[in-house]
Every structure is written in C-alpha cells, then in structure tokens.
Design a protein around this ligand. Structure first.
Ligand code: ADP
Ligand code: ADP
Length: 234
C-alpha cells in the first residue's frame, strides 16, 4: 500500500537572478515496506527530493500526496503536524544536541505529545535497542560516543515516535566502513520489522543492500534499478 507520492513535482530555487531547476517534474511513489536508495551525482536533486518527501520545503509546482491526501495546500502548522507524526529523519551529521543526554535527545519527539515521563523513558529504551544501541549510553552526552554510536542514537530518535517512513540523507557519509555497515544492518532490521526507509547515498555498498535504487540526474529520475544483492556484505 502507498504511504506517500510525489506527482509531477518541480522545485525551482531562486537566489537573486539565478534560477536552479533542482527537480523537473518528478513523480515518485513510496510504498509500505520499501527500502529504497536514492543515488545520483552531486547536484542532481537528491536532497531536494528528500526534502519534498519529508515536507521540509514546498514544491514550486506539483502535488505531494500522503496516505491519499493532497497536503500541498495545507498550512505550515498542519504540514508540521503531519511531518511530526509520519516522518523520522536521519542526517549525515547526526544532528544530535550535545548539551542534552542521549536519553533527552531520543525523547525529544515525544515531548510535544504530552506522554508521561515514565512511558517516554520506556519508549526511548525500546527505540535505542531497536536501533542497535545500548542502555548504558542513556546518561551520556552524544560527543562521548563514537560516530557510529551517535548515528544509532539518531536512528532511535527517528523511530521513537513510530513514524510511517524514515528518510535518511547520507546517513553513513561520516562513518568508517565498519560503522557504516552496522548502521545499514540496523536499517535492514528495522525494515524487516515493517518500517519504510528511504536512503540518499553515494555508497554503492549501502545501495546494494536495499530493495530498489532510484537514480537521479539533473532533476529527473533517470532509472530505477535492481540492487546487486549478492554484493550486500553486512
Ligand atoms: P544533491 O543532493 O543531489 O547534491 P541538491 O538537491 O542538494 O542535490 O541540489 C540540486 C540543485 O539545487 C543544485 O544545483 C543545488 O545547488 C541547488 N540547490 C539546492 N538547495 C538550494 C537552495 N536552498 N537554494 C538554492 N539552490 C539550491
Ligand atoms: P548533500 O550532501 O545532501 O547533497 P548539499 O551540500 O547539496 O548536501 O546541500 C546541503 C544543504 O544546502 C541542503 O539543505 C541544500 O538545500 C542547501 N543547498 C545546496 N545547494 C545550495 C545553494 N546553491 N544555495 C543555497 N543552499 C544550497
């Protein structure tokens, strides 16, 4: 079943007199259980596509449909509400808050929902375990952990609110090989558990462990390819 789709989405950035056509009529469907890599050269529109799927920015034209509902015309508040309930984000730079503990970072998405503290803590621990982390990290600050451990904390934060979709922008771009593999292994387990995951990546080793590779070039989808799963070595 379909979770979200882009219909003929154009995104044109205007900076002064300069116009960049970052997406040129992209249509793209995300279905429940997908584990998809988005690849393509630098500047081909990958981050922009992810920003559209994540409702972080509005298309210049075209429609974004979430669970059958056109969200393109909704107010910023309504869009933020859908984003907070349906979408979890993972970034290349982890984007954890270093003055907060690991526990406080992971529970952030639960605070606006008014969930009592004891239940928040229980859900944080569940999410951290699902993300391949360890309870002993909870009182630490993120910068006391390795990069790979920080990314697993970030994944826990992304899943703690039980989103429909995880959107990850170069999640292994700052990690060494073995940490990258651990993070990808975490995504594979979460996908097995039913989570839908879209990963922007330059790394063929990561892409080969997904179920579908979407290749962007110059703002259009150039091809949709089968990963070479025999090359997935996790
Ligand atoms: P990728 O993620 O594949 O590297 P991006 O989506 O980041 O591609 O960028 C696509 C094109 O849009 C590039 O030419 C980039 O410079 C331009 N672009 C992206 N974001 C902005 C922005 N906020 N303002 C102006 N131009 C942008
Ligand atoms: P990525 O590694 O994800 O492709 P980029 O370096 O392309 O990262 O972009 C990082 C951020 O900067 C994105 O949020 C993108 O929208 C923004 N950006 C990219 N190109 C430009 C640009 N030419 N002008 C302004 N912002 C840009």
């Amino acid at each position: 079943s379909e979770v979200m789709r882009l219909e003929n989405v154009w995104k044109i950035y205007r900076v002064g007199d300069v116009e960049t056509r970052a997406l040129k009529g992209v249509s793209f469907s995300v279905c429940k259980g997908d584990l998809t890599a988005i690849m393509g050269p630098s500047g081909s529109g990958k981050s922009t596509l992810l920003n559209m799927l994540g409702l972080l920015d509005k298309p210049t034209s075209g429609r974004i449909i979430i669970e059958g509902r056109d969200v393109t015309g909704l107010s910023s508040n309504e869009i933020a509400d859908i984003r907070n309930r349906k979408i979890g984000f993972v970034f290349q730079q982890f984007n954890l808050i270093n003055r907060l503990t690991v526990l406080e970072n992971i529970e952030l998405p639960l605070i606006p929902r008014g969930i009592p503290r004891n239940i928040r803590v229980r859900r944080v621990i569940e999410a951290l375990k699902m993300a391949g982390g360890d309870e002993s990290w909870l009182p630490k600050k993120p910068n006391q952990l390795s990069g790979g451990q920080q990314q697993r904390v970030a994944i826990a934060r992304a899943i703690v609110g039980e989103p429909e979709v995880i959107l990850a922008d170069e999640p292994t771009g700052n990690l060494d090989r073995s940490s990258a593999r651990l993070v990808m292994d975490t995504f594979l387990r979460l996908n097995d558990a039913g989570l839908t995951i879209i990963i922007v990546t330059h790394d063929p080793e990561i892409a080969n462990c997904t179920k579908k590779i979407v290749v962007l070039r110059d703002g259009v989808i150039k091809s949709i390819e089968e990963p070479r799963s025999e090359k997935c070595i996790l």
